[in-house]
Design a binder for this molecule. Structure first.
Ligand SMILES: NC(=O)c1ccc[n+]([C@@H]2O[C@H](COP(=O)([O-])OP(=O)(O)OC[C@H]3O[C@@H](n4cnc5c(N)ncnc54)[C@H](O)[C@@H]3O)[C@@H](O)[C@H]2O)c1
Length: 264
């Protein structure tokens, strides 16, 4: 019998003040974890931490941190490791999507700014690399075990002409970062995998994609299940990947999209 129990584990979730990050933090607490919610929106992260603590009775705390800033990440991981005693599970979920300009006279591709490119890369790719480095350095290496999940996207394996080249490139980078981290960290007993959601209703990324957020488009857009994802459908996989039951899935990118990307 498989248990998938996470009782007493300490989990850190980045980008946990809203959307899917809040869902992951809440699910992990419900499964028995103590949880550190990390976000640069501290007020919102605190609100969510208090709500989850009240609902689950678990020790849950919010931390302010820009995942792309080395000094902030080092300090945040040190503080959380001190508060909780260790970090067993890391979910690198913080991410942003910046489109090129859509106003009259501008071109989303040709006028895409270096500032937008660098902000997206810093958050989506530097972030998971840096937070993982610090969590391993400051905690997981001493435990001799750990589970890391990087949140990529179907945008990392399929492209669009939607005017967000940095998003596609950064999420493709997250998938290879995952493979690299899995190879590097296996000797420490740390398993690293990526989850690539399709379009999931309770995330902000979903509501910003006008076509995806119209449910009728799902009847004709080639997704075999003919609908977008809903609350809990990504978390179910997350719980399995970070549990002790997962002893042999390592370095993989697992797509959760109702089969959207399997068709030509
Ligand atoms: N919602 C979807 O349909 C979908 C699909 C595929 C992938 N994803 C990925 O899932 C993740 C969460 O998406 P979401 O839709 O819940 O987005 P969201 O905007 O609701 O949540 C992102 C959170 O990350 C935080 N954040 C952003 N930059 C940060 C930084 N530099 N440092 C710390 N925190 C930061 C934000 O404050 C926010 O709370 C992202 O990585 C996204 O690319 C989402």
């Amino acid at each position: 019998m498989y248990e998938f129990s996470l009782n007493g584990k300490v989990a850190m979730v980045t980008g946990a003040a809203s959307g899917l990050g809040t869902e992951y933090a809440e699910t992990l607490a419900e499964q028995g974890c103590f949880v550190a919610l990390v976000d640069y929106n501290l007020d919102k992260a605190r609100q969510e931490a208090e709500r989850i603590a009240e609902k689950t009775g678990k020790h849950v705390r919010a931390y302010s941190c820009d995942v792309g800033s080395e000094p902030e990440v080092k300090a945040m991981v040190a503080e959380a490791a001190e508060d909780f005693g260790r970090i067993d599970i890391l979910v690198n979920n913080a991410g942003i999507l910046l489109y090129g300009p859509k106003e009259e006279g501008k071109d989303a591709f040709m006028d895409y700014s270096v500032e937008s490119w660098e902000r997206v890369m810093r958050t989506n790719l530097t972030g998971p690399w840096l937070v993982t480095r610090e969590v391993v350095k400051q905690s997981m290496q001493f435990l001799g075990r750990g589970r890391v999940v990087n949140v990529a996207s179907v945008g990392g394996i399929r492209s669009t002409a939607a005017g967000c080249p940095s998003y596609h490139a950064s999420k493709a980078g997250v998938i290879m970062l995952t493979a690299s981290q899995a190879a590097e960290l296996a000797p420490y007993g740390i398993l690293v995998n990526a989850i690539s959601p399709g379009s999931v209703r309770n995330g902000t990324m979903y509501s910003r994609s006008a076509s995806a957020s119209r449910e009728e488009t799902w009847k004709t857009n080639g997704c075999p299940l003919q609908r977008s994802g809903k609350y809990g459908e990504v978390s179910a996989l997350l719980v399995m990947l970070v549990s002790d039951e997962n002893t042999y899935i390592n370095g993989q990118n697992i797509v959760v999209d109702g089969g959207w990307t399997i068709q030509m």
